[in-house]
Design a protein around this ligand. Structure first.
Ligand SMILES: [Cu+2]
Length: 121
């Protein structure tokens, strides 16, 4: 009788362990760096606001280096979808280009294609 009890406890504990492991796996956070073109503080706010999305834990874009450091949960959002969010607000990334129609809605100082060096200080 006691043996069966111990066995049940052991099976239960191993189930707990497996489920904790599975959860850790699906909520794993990955940090990547991508190049995103932009000029100024407005670009920074726009890019970071676009990345206020499900599955993204943190996003910080640097005006000087044009580098975006993004922390996300790959089981919830892909790098492809992250690139899509950025181009949807008019900014080019190293792997995707914003559509001209969206890009043309950006204010003059943010037109990184024509004026790549405005407001970089
Ligand atoms: Cu701008």
């Amino acid at each position: 009788m006691n043996n069966i009890k111990n066995h049940i406890i052991l099976v239960f504990l191993s189930f707990c362990f497996v489920s904790v492991q599975a959860q850790t796996q699906t909520n794993k956070v990955v940090t990547d760096t991508l190049t995103v073109l932009g000029n100024c503080g407005m670009c920074k706010s726009r890019i970071e606001a676009a990345l206020d999305a499900k599955g993204i834990k943190a996003a910080e874009w640097d005006i000087q280096t044009k580098l975006l450091v993004v922390s996300y949960v790959p089981s919830k959002i892909s790098l492809e979808q992250i690139n899509q969010l950025i181009i949807s607000v008019g900014h080019d990334t190293n792997s995707k280009k914003a559509e001209d129609g969206v890009y043309s809605t950006l204010p003059g100082c943010c037109r990184f294609r024509e004026n790549p060096n405005t407001h970089t200080d």
